[in-house]
Design a protein around this ligand. Structure first.
Ligand code: GLC
Length: 411
Protein backbone atom coordinates (compact mmCIF):
# COMPACT_ATOMS: atom_id res chain seq x y z
CA UNK A 1 0.00 0.00 0.00
CA UNK A 2 1.12 3.53 -0.77
CA UNK A 3 2.42 5.44 2.24
CA UNK A 4 1.47 8.80 0.83
CA UNK A 5 3.21 10.99 3.39
CA UNK A 6 6.43 9.07 3.09
CA UNK A 7 6.26 9.04 -0.72
CA UNK A 8 5.69 12.80 -0.89
CA UNK A 9 8.49 13.48 1.56
CA UNK A 10 10.89 11.34 -0.48
CA UNK A 11 9.84 13.06 -3.72
CA UNK A 12 10.32 16.56 -2.29
CA UNK A 13 13.66 15.58 -0.80
CA UNK A 14 14.85 14.01 -4.06
CA UNK A 15 13.80 17.12 -5.99
CA UNK A 16 15.54 19.55 -3.64
CA UNK A 17 18.39 21.63 -5.02
CA UNK A 18 20.85 23.54 -2.89
CA UNK A 19 22.84 26.48 -4.24
CA UNK A 20 25.06 28.19 -1.66
CA UNK A 21 22.69 28.44 1.30
CA UNK A 22 19.55 28.64 -0.87
CA UNK A 23 17.19 25.71 -1.22
CA UNK A 24 14.38 25.12 -3.67
CA UNK A 25 12.45 22.19 -5.10
CA UNK A 26 12.36 21.44 -8.83
CA UNK A 27 9.00 20.24 -10.22
CA UNK A 28 10.71 17.32 -11.98
CA UNK A 29 14.44 16.62 -11.97
CA UNK A 30 14.36 15.38 -15.55
CA UNK A 31 11.81 17.63 -17.29
CA UNK A 32 11.76 20.82 -15.16
CA UNK A 33 15.13 21.19 -13.45
CA UNK A 34 14.62 24.86 -12.41
CA UNK A 35 12.73 26.78 -9.78
CA UNK A 36 9.23 27.69 -10.98
CA UNK A 37 7.05 30.35 -9.39
CA UNK A 38 3.73 28.72 -8.61
CA UNK A 39 5.31 25.30 -8.23
CA UNK A 40 7.46 26.73 -5.43
CA UNK A 41 4.35 28.14 -3.74
CA UNK A 42 2.81 24.65 -3.85
CA UNK A 43 6.09 23.15 -2.67
CA UNK A 44 6.04 25.43 0.37
CA UNK A 45 2.49 24.27 1.13
CA UNK A 46 3.64 20.64 0.86
CA UNK A 47 6.79 21.26 2.91
CA UNK A 48 4.70 22.94 5.61
CA UNK A 49 3.31 19.46 6.36
CA UNK A 50 6.81 18.22 7.21
CA UNK A 51 9.18 21.04 7.98
CA UNK A 52 8.22 24.69 8.40
CA UNK A 53 11.81 25.88 8.05
CA UNK A 54 12.18 24.14 4.71
CA UNK A 55 8.91 25.76 3.56
CA UNK A 56 10.32 29.15 4.58
CA UNK A 57 13.54 28.41 2.70
CA UNK A 58 11.58 27.57 -0.46
CA UNK A 59 9.83 30.96 -0.42
CA UNK A 60 12.96 32.87 0.61
CA UNK A 61 14.68 31.47 -2.49
CA UNK A 62 11.70 32.40 -4.63
CA UNK A 63 11.69 36.06 -3.66
CA UNK A 64 15.48 36.38 -3.73
CA UNK A 65 15.43 36.88 -7.51
CA UNK A 66 12.74 39.55 -7.36
CA UNK A 67 13.42 42.54 -9.60
CA UNK A 68 13.44 46.10 -8.25
CA UNK A 69 9.99 46.84 -9.63
CA UNK A 70 8.49 43.87 -7.74
CA UNK A 71 8.41 41.43 -10.68
CA UNK A 72 9.26 37.77 -9.98
CA UNK A 73 9.84 35.56 -13.01
CA UNK A 74 7.97 32.32 -13.54
CA UNK A 75 11.24 30.40 -13.98
CA UNK A 76 14.31 31.12 -11.89
CA UNK A 77 17.74 29.97 -13.03
CA UNK A 78 20.12 29.33 -10.20
CA UNK A 79 22.95 27.55 -11.98
CA UNK A 80 25.11 29.29 -14.57
CA UNK A 81 24.13 28.27 -18.09
CA UNK A 82 20.51 27.37 -17.24
CA UNK A 83 18.40 29.37 -19.65
CA UNK A 84 16.14 26.81 -21.36
CA UNK A 85 16.37 27.66 -25.04
CA UNK A 86 14.63 30.99 -24.74
CA UNK A 87 16.18 34.42 -24.84
CA UNK A 88 14.22 36.15 -22.09
CA UNK A 89 16.39 39.26 -22.28
CA UNK A 90 16.82 39.56 -18.51
CA UNK A 91 19.29 37.82 -16.19
CA UNK A 92 18.46 34.94 -13.84
CA UNK A 93 14.73 34.67 -14.57
CA UNK A 94 12.13 34.46 -17.29
CA UNK A 95 10.21 37.60 -18.23
CA UNK A 96 6.75 36.14 -17.51
CA UNK A 97 4.62 35.87 -14.40
CA UNK A 98 2.68 32.88 -13.09
CA UNK A 99 -0.44 32.48 -10.91
CA UNK A 100 0.04 34.61 -7.77
CA UNK A 101 -0.25 31.98 -5.02
CA UNK A 102 2.60 33.58 -3.04
CA UNK A 103 0.51 35.18 -0.26
CA UNK A 104 -1.35 31.95 0.43
CA UNK A 105 1.91 29.96 0.47
CA UNK A 106 3.40 32.46 2.92
CA UNK A 107 0.35 32.28 5.10
CA UNK A 108 0.30 28.46 5.16
CA UNK A 109 3.98 28.43 6.06
CA UNK A 110 3.47 30.97 8.83
CA UNK A 111 0.47 29.02 10.13
CA UNK A 112 2.90 26.21 10.97
CA UNK A 113 6.07 28.11 11.89
CA UNK A 114 4.32 30.94 13.79
CA UNK A 115 7.49 32.87 13.07
CA UNK A 116 6.43 36.51 12.98
CA UNK A 117 9.97 37.68 12.27
CA UNK A 118 10.05 35.60 9.12
CA UNK A 119 6.62 36.89 8.13
CA UNK A 120 7.78 40.48 8.62
CA UNK A 121 10.93 39.78 6.60
CA UNK A 122 9.17 38.29 3.58
CA UNK A 123 6.15 40.63 3.60
CA UNK A 124 7.82 43.55 1.74
CA UNK A 125 8.71 41.24 -1.16
CA UNK A 126 5.13 39.97 -1.33
CA UNK A 127 3.74 43.50 -1.10
CA UNK A 128 6.06 44.64 -3.92
CA UNK A 129 5.05 41.66 -6.05
CA UNK A 130 1.29 42.26 -5.74
CA UNK A 131 1.80 46.00 -6.25
CA UNK A 132 3.60 45.15 -9.49
CA UNK A 133 0.64 43.08 -10.72
CA UNK A 134 -1.91 45.72 -9.74
CA UNK A 135 0.15 48.45 -11.39
CA UNK A 136 1.23 46.69 -14.59
CA UNK A 137 -1.51 44.26 -15.57
CA UNK A 138 -4.76 46.23 -15.57
CA UNK A 139 -4.31 47.62 -19.08
CA UNK A 140 -8.02 48.32 -19.66
CA UNK A 141 -8.20 50.04 -16.26
CA UNK A 142 -11.15 47.92 -15.13
CA UNK A 143 -9.64 45.98 -12.17
CA UNK A 144 -9.27 42.83 -14.28
CA UNK A 145 -5.70 41.64 -14.63
CA UNK A 146 -4.41 40.18 -17.86
CA UNK A 147 -1.84 37.79 -19.24
CA UNK A 148 0.53 38.52 -22.11
CA UNK A 149 1.37 34.87 -22.79
CA UNK A 150 -0.56 31.64 -22.12
CA UNK A 151 2.37 30.36 -20.02
CA UNK A 152 1.57 33.06 -17.47
CA UNK A 153 -1.57 31.13 -16.54
CA UNK A 154 0.38 28.01 -15.61
CA UNK A 155 -1.97 26.21 -18.06
CA UNK A 156 0.40 26.63 -20.96
CA UNK A 157 -1.57 25.56 -24.02
CA UNK A 158 -5.09 25.61 -22.65
CA UNK A 159 -7.68 26.21 -25.39
CA UNK A 160 -9.04 29.30 -23.66
CA UNK A 161 -6.03 31.06 -25.24
CA UNK A 162 -6.58 29.82 -28.81
CA UNK A 163 -8.59 32.81 -30.00
CA UNK A 164 -6.03 35.27 -28.68
CA UNK A 165 -3.30 33.24 -30.40
CA UNK A 166 -5.29 33.14 -33.64
CA UNK A 167 -5.50 29.33 -33.63
CA UNK A 168 -8.48 27.01 -34.23
CA UNK A 169 -9.58 24.55 -31.48
CA UNK A 170 -7.63 21.74 -33.18
CA UNK A 171 -4.07 22.56 -34.22
CA UNK A 172 -0.74 20.92 -33.71
CA UNK A 173 1.38 21.46 -30.65
CA UNK A 174 4.26 22.81 -32.72
CA UNK A 175 2.14 25.63 -34.10
CA UNK A 176 0.94 26.45 -30.61
CA UNK A 177 4.44 26.56 -29.18
CA UNK A 178 5.72 28.70 -32.06
CA UNK A 179 3.07 31.34 -31.37
CA UNK A 180 3.91 31.34 -27.68
CA UNK A 181 7.61 31.71 -28.46
CA UNK A 182 6.84 34.65 -30.77
CA UNK A 183 5.16 36.32 -27.82
CA UNK A 184 8.34 36.04 -25.76
CA UNK A 185 10.02 38.08 -28.50
CA UNK A 186 7.21 40.63 -28.61
CA UNK A 187 7.39 41.05 -24.84
CA UNK A 188 11.14 41.60 -25.03
CA UNK A 189 10.74 44.11 -27.85
CA UNK A 190 8.07 45.89 -25.80
CA UNK A 191 10.60 46.14 -22.99
CA UNK A 192 8.24 44.01 -20.83
CA UNK A 193 5.53 46.63 -20.91
CA UNK A 194 2.18 44.82 -20.81
CA UNK A 195 0.29 47.69 -22.44
CA UNK A 196 2.53 47.24 -25.49
CA UNK A 197 2.54 43.41 -25.46
CA UNK A 198 -1.24 43.35 -25.09
CA UNK A 199 -1.46 44.47 -28.73
CA UNK A 200 -0.12 40.99 -29.59
CA UNK A 201 -1.86 38.90 -26.95
CA UNK A 202 -4.14 39.72 -24.06
CA UNK A 203 -6.41 37.50 -21.95
CA UNK A 204 -8.15 38.40 -18.71
CA UNK A 205 -8.22 34.89 -17.36
CA UNK A 206 -10.85 33.74 -14.85
CA UNK A 207 -8.30 31.52 -13.15
CA UNK A 208 -5.64 34.22 -12.82
CA UNK A 209 -8.10 36.78 -11.45
CA UNK A 210 -9.53 34.22 -9.03
CA UNK A 211 -6.08 33.33 -7.68
CA UNK A 212 -5.38 37.05 -7.39
CA UNK A 213 -8.46 38.04 -5.36
CA UNK A 214 -8.05 35.00 -3.14
CA UNK A 215 -4.42 35.92 -2.46
CA UNK A 216 -5.07 39.64 -2.02
CA UNK A 217 -7.51 38.74 0.75
CA UNK A 218 -4.87 36.55 2.37
CA UNK A 219 -2.25 39.29 1.91
CA UNK A 220 -4.61 41.69 3.65
CA UNK A 221 -4.83 39.29 6.59
CA UNK A 222 -1.04 39.00 6.68
CA UNK A 223 -0.64 42.80 6.65
CA UNK A 224 -3.18 43.07 9.43
CA UNK A 225 -1.35 40.45 11.49
CA UNK A 226 1.84 42.52 11.13
CA UNK A 227 0.04 45.69 12.19
CA UNK A 228 0.12 47.30 8.71
CA UNK A 229 -3.49 48.45 8.77
CA UNK A 230 -3.25 50.83 5.81
CA UNK A 231 -1.79 48.08 3.63
CA UNK A 232 -4.39 45.64 4.89
CA UNK A 233 -7.17 47.96 3.73
CA UNK A 234 -5.48 48.56 0.41
CA UNK A 235 -5.23 44.82 -0.39
CA UNK A 236 -8.79 44.18 0.74
CA UNK A 237 -10.08 47.00 -1.47
CA UNK A 238 -8.14 45.72 -4.46
CA UNK A 239 -9.63 42.24 -3.91
CA UNK A 240 -13.14 43.67 -3.64
CA UNK A 241 -12.72 45.79 -6.77
CA UNK A 242 -11.66 42.74 -8.77
CA UNK A 243 -14.45 40.56 -7.38
CA UNK A 244 -16.94 43.26 -8.42
CA UNK A 245 -15.38 43.57 -11.87
CA UNK A 246 -15.37 39.79 -12.34
CA UNK A 247 -19.03 39.63 -11.45
CA UNK A 248 -19.88 42.47 -13.80
CA UNK A 249 -17.80 41.45 -16.80
CA UNK A 250 -16.99 37.75 -16.53
CA UNK A 251 -20.17 36.24 -15.14
CA UNK A 252 -22.28 34.76 -17.97
CA UNK A 253 -25.07 32.19 -17.66
CA UNK A 254 -24.22 30.98 -14.21
CA UNK A 255 -20.44 30.75 -14.57
CA UNK A 256 -17.33 32.87 -14.88
CA UNK A 257 -15.69 33.04 -18.32
CA UNK A 258 -12.34 34.50 -19.41
CA UNK A 259 -12.16 37.53 -21.68
CA UNK A 260 -9.98 37.45 -24.77
CA UNK A 261 -8.11 40.34 -26.41
CA UNK A 262 -8.30 44.06 -25.76
CA UNK A 263 -11.94 43.89 -26.90
CA UNK A 264 -12.59 41.52 -23.96
CA UNK A 265 -14.54 38.93 -25.91
CA UNK A 266 -15.96 36.12 -23.72
CA UNK A 267 -14.18 32.80 -24.29
CA UNK A 268 -16.42 29.84 -25.05
CA UNK A 269 -14.11 26.95 -24.03
CA UNK A 270 -15.71 24.49 -21.63
CA UNK A 271 -12.79 24.28 -19.18
CA UNK A 272 -12.18 23.26 -15.56
CA UNK A 273 -11.55 26.81 -14.37
CA UNK A 274 -15.28 27.51 -14.24
CA UNK A 275 -15.03 25.62 -10.91
CA UNK A 276 -12.04 27.55 -9.62
CA UNK A 277 -14.02 30.60 -8.33
CA UNK A 278 -15.50 28.23 -5.73
CA UNK A 279 -12.10 28.36 -4.06
CA UNK A 280 -12.37 32.13 -3.57
CA UNK A 281 -16.05 32.08 -2.64
CA UNK A 282 -17.10 33.95 -5.79
CA UNK A 283 -20.32 32.01 -6.40
CA UNK A 284 -23.38 32.27 -4.18
CA UNK A 285 -24.43 29.04 -2.47
CA UNK A 286 -27.28 28.52 -4.94
CA UNK A 287 -25.05 29.30 -7.95
CA UNK A 288 -22.51 26.82 -6.58
CA UNK A 289 -25.21 24.19 -6.20
CA UNK A 290 -26.31 24.73 -9.80
CA UNK A 291 -22.70 24.74 -11.09
CA UNK A 292 -21.76 21.53 -9.30
CA UNK A 293 -24.91 19.64 -10.22
CA UNK A 294 -25.23 20.81 -13.82
CA UNK A 295 -21.58 20.93 -14.82
CA UNK A 296 -19.12 19.28 -12.43
CA UNK A 297 -21.19 16.15 -11.83
CA UNK A 298 -21.94 15.73 -15.54
CA UNK A 299 -20.57 12.25 -16.32
CA UNK A 300 -19.94 13.14 -19.97
CA UNK A 301 -18.00 16.27 -19.21
CA UNK A 302 -16.28 16.50 -15.83
CA UNK A 303 -17.22 13.68 -13.48
CA UNK A 304 -15.07 11.03 -15.15
CA UNK A 305 -13.89 7.81 -13.58
CA UNK A 306 -10.26 8.91 -13.12
CA UNK A 307 -10.87 12.52 -12.19
CA UNK A 308 -11.82 15.94 -13.53
CA UNK A 309 -10.36 16.67 -17.00
CA UNK A 310 -9.01 20.17 -17.67
CA UNK A 311 -11.26 20.45 -20.75
CA UNK A 312 -14.62 18.70 -21.19
CA UNK A 313 -14.54 15.78 -23.69
CA UNK A 314 -17.49 17.42 -25.47
CA UNK A 315 -15.47 20.59 -26.22
CA UNK A 316 -14.06 20.85 -29.79
CA UNK A 317 -10.57 21.50 -28.41
CA UNK A 318 -10.49 18.36 -26.24
CA UNK A 319 -7.19 16.55 -26.94
CA UNK A 320 -6.15 14.47 -23.95
CA UNK A 321 -3.42 12.41 -25.63
CA UNK A 322 0.24 13.13 -25.15
CA UNK A 323 1.54 14.88 -28.29
CA UNK A 324 4.24 13.02 -30.15
CA UNK A 325 6.13 16.12 -31.19
CA UNK A 326 9.16 17.56 -29.42
CA UNK A 327 10.41 17.34 -25.88
CA UNK A 328 8.03 16.70 -22.99
CA UNK A 329 8.52 20.18 -21.52
CA UNK A 330 7.60 21.82 -24.81
CA UNK A 331 4.01 20.63 -24.91
CA UNK A 332 2.45 20.40 -21.50
CA UNK A 333 -1.09 19.30 -22.10
CA UNK A 334 -3.84 21.45 -20.69
CA UNK A 335 -6.34 20.42 -23.34
CA UNK A 336 -8.05 17.62 -21.45
CA UNK A 337 -5.57 15.73 -19.28
CA UNK A 338 -6.07 15.53 -15.51
CA UNK A 339 -3.65 17.68 -13.49
CA UNK A 340 -3.27 17.71 -9.72
CA UNK A 341 -3.37 21.48 -9.16
CA UNK A 342 -6.90 21.72 -10.59
CA UNK A 343 -7.86 18.74 -8.44
CA UNK A 344 -6.50 20.47 -5.31
CA UNK A 345 -8.31 23.72 -6.20
CA UNK A 346 -11.61 21.98 -6.90
CA UNK A 347 -11.27 19.90 -3.73
CA UNK A 348 -10.96 23.03 -1.58
CA UNK A 349 -13.60 24.91 -3.55
CA UNK A 350 -16.07 22.08 -2.97
CA UNK A 351 -15.27 21.95 0.72
CA UNK A 352 -15.79 25.67 1.07
CA UNK A 353 -19.39 25.21 -0.12
CA UNK A 354 -20.04 22.04 1.87
CA UNK A 355 -19.79 19.49 -0.96
CA UNK A 356 -17.89 17.13 1.28
CA UNK A 357 -18.66 13.84 -0.44
CA UNK A 358 -17.71 15.14 -3.87
CA UNK A 359 -14.51 16.67 -2.48
CA UNK A 360 -13.51 13.36 -0.89
CA UNK A 361 -14.15 11.58 -4.18
CA UNK A 362 -11.70 13.90 -5.93
CA UNK A 363 -9.13 13.26 -3.22
CA UNK A 364 -9.60 9.47 -3.54
CA UNK A 365 -9.33 9.59 -7.33
CA UNK A 366 -6.14 11.65 -7.05
CA UNK A 367 -4.52 9.21 -4.65
CA UNK A 368 -5.60 6.25 -6.78
CA UNK A 369 -3.88 7.77 -9.84
CA UNK A 370 -0.66 8.22 -7.89
CA UNK A 371 -0.85 4.72 -6.39
CA UNK A 372 -1.28 3.21 -9.86
CA UNK A 373 0.90 5.45 -12.02
CA UNK A 374 3.27 7.28 -9.70
CA UNK A 375 3.91 11.02 -9.54
CA UNK A 376 3.36 12.03 -13.14
CA UNK A 377 2.80 15.45 -14.69
CA UNK A 378 -0.74 14.59 -15.73
CA UNK A 379 -3.01 11.61 -16.38
CA UNK A 380 -5.17 10.51 -19.27
CA UNK A 381 -8.82 11.10 -18.33
CA UNK A 382 -10.11 7.93 -20.02
CA UNK A 383 -7.36 5.45 -19.19
CA UNK A 384 -5.74 6.94 -16.08
CA UNK A 385 -2.33 6.42 -17.71
CA UNK A 386 0.37 8.78 -16.41
CA UNK A 387 1.78 11.22 -18.99
CA UNK A 388 4.45 13.91 -19.30
CA UNK A 389 7.16 14.47 -16.70
CA UNK A 390 8.10 11.81 -14.16
CA UNK A 391 8.87 12.42 -10.51
CA UNK A 392 6.58 15.45 -10.83
CA UNK A 393 5.78 17.13 -7.53
CA UNK A 394 2.16 18.27 -7.92
CA UNK A 395 0.77 14.93 -6.73
CA UNK A 396 2.23 15.94 -3.37
CA UNK A 397 -0.75 18.25 -2.99
CA UNK A 398 -2.84 15.19 -2.13
CA UNK A 399 -1.42 15.39 1.42
CA UNK A 400 -2.96 18.84 1.56
CA UNK A 401 -6.43 17.65 0.58
CA UNK A 402 -7.69 17.58 4.13
CA UNK A 403 -10.83 18.93 5.74
CA UNK A 404 -8.81 21.09 8.11
CA UNK A 405 -6.81 22.97 5.46
CA UNK A 406 -7.74 26.64 5.67
CA UNK A 407 -8.33 28.48 2.36
CA UNK A 408 -7.71 31.81 4.05
CA UNK A 409 -6.68 33.17 7.37
CA UNK A 410 -10.18 34.32 8.19
CA UNK A 411 -11.71 30.85 7.67
C1 GLC B 1 4.37 23.04 -16.99
C2 GLC B 1 3.08 23.57 -16.38
C3 GLC B 1 3.35 24.81 -15.53
C4 GLC B 1 4.41 24.48 -14.49
C5 GLC B 1 5.67 23.91 -15.16
C6 GLC B 1 6.67 23.40 -14.15
O1 GLC B 1 4.90 23.96 -17.87
O2 GLC B 1 2.15 23.84 -17.38
O3 GLC B 1 2.19 25.24 -14.88
O4 GLC B 1 4.73 25.59 -13.72
O5 GLC B 1 5.31 22.82 -15.97
O6 GLC B 1 6.10 22.42 -13.39
Amino acid sequence: MLDLHQAVHTLLTDNTQTVDHWQYTVPSATSYPYQWFWDSCFHAIMWSHFDALRAQAELDALVFRQHEDGFIGHVIYWQPGEILSIDWGIPHTSSLIQPPILAYAIWRTFAVSQDTNWLATIYPAAAAFYSYILRERDVRDVHLYGLVNPDESGEDNAPKFDTALGLPPQHNAKENTERRYALFDAHRQCNYNAMCTSEHFWVEDVAYNTYLVWNLDVLSDIAYTLGHKKDANRWREAATDTKTAMRKQMFHQGKYVSLSGRAATPVSTDGWDQFLPLLAGLYTQSEAHQLVHTHLLDKNRYWLHYGVPTVAPTDPAYTPDEPEWGEAWQHPDWRGAIWMVPHWCIYHGLRRYGFTTEAEMIRDKSIALIAQQGFRENYHPHTGIGMGAEGFTWGGLTIDMQPTTPTSLSD
